[in-house]
Design a protein around this ligand. Structure first.
Ligand SMILES: [Zn+2]
Length: 216
């Protein structure tokens, strides 16, 4: 069992410190994909800076996390990326990007042609995922789902969790203990099968996740 951890949609003062503590106790590193507009709040920005200082990575997950970029006009989709990047600045030194939407299902809603062109031209690494245990909607039940998804996986798992203030992250310690007890190895690098682009170069068939813009 190989597991790479990511935490999306924070930072949140009620959740991100719990995540950082749980990871720090075990010497694990993860990637955080904050909703960039939250970084306008100095307290939330400080949490992202702390995560970076503690060895974690930060990536671009759009400015507003609104409608998925594939459902937007081209200019609007690109602005979601560039305005987020302006807020992230040096936090996103690795030029990581993760699209949002669709309950984790990969599909043409994720990116449109303009967004994809921008990501390629700017040499982004586009990080997808293959496990979403649903902590954002099931704060008590997600640990069982996460364990089941890891046990069932035949390939390295890139799990999406959320540092949101719904109580779910109180269970993170127990989940990490359980996975460790079952022999899981935690990966510092993303499983290659979960990358759509690496530094701008395609690693998968992008026809499946891109289409022409639906509006200018
Ligand atoms: Zn998200």
């Amino acid at each position: 069992m190989e597991v790479c951890l990511s935490f999306d949609n924070g930072p949140e003062p009620e959740a991100t410190p719990l995540v950082l503590a749980a990871l720090g106790r075990r010497g694990l590193t993860a990637t955080f994909f904050p909703i960039a507009r939250k970084l306008r709040d100095p307290a939330r920005r400080a949490l992202a800076e702390r995560a970076l200082a503690e060895g974690h990575r930060i990536g671009n997950h759009t400015l507003t996390h609104g409608a998925p970029l594939g459902l937007r006009g081209g200019a609007e989709a690109v602005a979601e990326i560039t305005e987020a990047e302006a807020l992230l600045g040096p936090l996103n030194a690795g030029r990581l990007f993760r699209p949002n939407g669709g309950g984790g299902a990969l599909g043409p809603h994720l990116l449109n042609a303009s967004a994809l062109r921008h990501l390629r031209a700017q040499a982004y690494t586009v990080v997808l995922w293959n496990a979403v245990p649903g902590d954002f909607r099931d704060p008590e039940g997600w640990p069982a789902t996460a364990l089941a998804q890891c046990r069932a996986a035949s390939a390295p798992v890139l799990m999406v969790l959320h540092d949101l203030p719904n109580g779910a992250m109180r269970h993170l310690d127990a989940v990490l203990d359980r996975l460790t007890g079952e022999g899981a190895r935690f990966l510092g690098e993303f499983p290659e099968a979960c990358l759509a682009l690496r530094e701008g170069a395609p690693l998968c068939d992008l026809a499946a996740i891109s289409r022409e813009d639906i509006a200018p």
